[in-house]
Design a protein around this ligand. Structure first.
Ligand code: PLP
Length: 405
């Protein structure tokens, strides 16, 4: 029998957030165990409902949404994104510079497909949101990881970026606010990245899906305001700021030196046409989401649910001997470091697997985010304070049980 084989391009690809340990947790659930899932940044199941007006908009417009839309997206949705960028002060954006997609995920893959020739290199942060690394590899490119420095609040290391640029480098990816580290990057660092990209004529991809999820006065600077001499592509969407991940709505914004990237933009437009359009009912919600009451602000202020959950998780982690953690400034995550010399498990993968087996708490290992050393893990801080407390107690018990004497 000839076995049906997957494409060789998939051979070394992984997406650990829904990988083997996740499969193991589903198996345990099927055996009747209740798992506390701190592994996926999906707000709705934790009681973070999307704003009502978004849901109403989709319901009200469902009949209007039966046909395909323009491949770039509905006019009203793109116009709303355009106004959003204008309000942020990003220069020179027209309606055709906006593409609507089925979430940022689709746009990440599309934008890499449009760019990469076999062996082209894309600079991706380490740690990263792993879809970026995987998409580069899927398209035949080589993801080259640059260091985000834990000692410097997880800001990208400009010298490391510069040292990794070669004649094959086509683009640099920035994830700000960051998943998994919770970092929000300093303005000077973003300026530095913009100058490096301009100097080497590479595209800047900026994943800003958490741009409204900021704590303790952190300021998010869109890098698109700083990139003038090369192309900049910014992505955002409904999944996190508006807690509507299941609706699959995202956008891509072209800015900077678009005239130097005509062929690439043509390619992107072709790929957008080939998938016909993004799902239309969700597109009807984008205008309301961007122009409506920004209820995310209530969740991130000190009395808000997200703030309390993030800070509790951070404080509980740093109180455990052998665990350190940079205080998150944005997003939904904390990314603690384990001092492996103090514990009996070998690495982050074993920690995650054994924590699941013994305490029925599911987190993701740092290696799943392409981090260089096997000694971090990511906690999704979406459960309520009460449920998080149970999970954090269990993590603490696990670590005490596995502490070297
Ligand atoms: N980018 C980052 C940094 C993310 O964390 C996620 C989801 O967790 C995505 C993109 C995917 O977003 P979407 O739901 O819009 O596909």
């Amino acid at each position: 029998m000839n076995e049906i084989l997957k494409s060789q391009r998939l051979n070394n690809l992984k997406y650990d957030i829904r990988g083997p340990v996740y499969e193991r947790s589903l198996e345990l659930e099927s055996q009747g165990y209740k798992i506390i899932n701190l592994n996926i940044g999906n707000p709705a199941p934790f009681g973070f409902d999307a704003p009502d007006e978004i849901v109403h908009d989709i319901i009200l417009n469902i009949r209007n949404a039966q046909g395909y839309s323009d491949s770039r997206g509905l006019f009203a949705a793109r116009k709303a994104v355009m106004h959003y960028t204008q309000n942020l002060g990003i220069p020179n954006i027209s309606i055709n510079d906006i593409f609507i997609g089925n979430g940022v995920s689709e746009l990440i893959i599309l934008s890499m497909q449009a760019l990469i020739n076999e062996g082209d290199e894309v600079l991706v942060p380490s740690p990263d949101y792993p879809l970026w690394t995987t998409s580069v590899a899927l398209c035949g490119g080589k993801p080259v990881h640059y260091v985000c420095d834990e000692e410097s609040d997880w800001n990208p290391d400009l010298a490391d970026i510069e040292s990794k640029i070669t004649s094959r480098t086509r683009a640099i990816v920035v994830i700000n606010p960051n998943n998994p580290t919770g970092a929000v990057y300093d303005k000077a660092i973003l300026e530095g990245i913009a100058r490096i990209a301009e100097k080497h004529k590479i595209i800047v991809f900026s994943d800003e899906i958490y741009d409204k999820i900021l704590y303790n006065g952190a300021i998010h600077y869109p890098i698109s305001k700083m990139v003038h001499e090369t192309l900049c592509i910014t992505m955002g969407g409904l999944s996190k700021n508006y807690r509507a991940a299941g609706f699959r709505g995202g956008w891509l914004i072209l800015s900077g030196a678009k005239h130097k990237a005509k062929s690439y933009i043509e390619g992107l437009t072709l790929l957008a046409s080939m998938r016909l359009c993004a799902n239309v009912p969700t597109q009807y919600a984008i205008q309301t989401a961007l122009g409506g009451y920004q209820s995310i602000n209530d969740l991130i202020m000190p009395s808000g649910r997200l703030y309390k959950q993030l800070m509790l998780t951070y404080e509980r982690m740093v109180a455990i001997p052998g665990i350190s953690c940079v205080k998150p400034k944005g997003s939904l995550y904390v990314f603690p470091k384990i001092d492996l010399s103090q514990f009996t498990f070998a690495d982050d993968n074993q920690f995650v697997y054994d924590l699941l087996s013994e305490q029925k708490v599911l987190v993701v290992a740092g290696q799943g985010f392409n981090y260089k050393t096997p000694d971090h893990f990511r906690i999704v801080c979406l459960p309520t304070v009460d449920e998080l407390t149970i999970a954090l107690d269990r993590i603490e018990v696990f670590l005490e049980n596995h502490r070297r004497l």
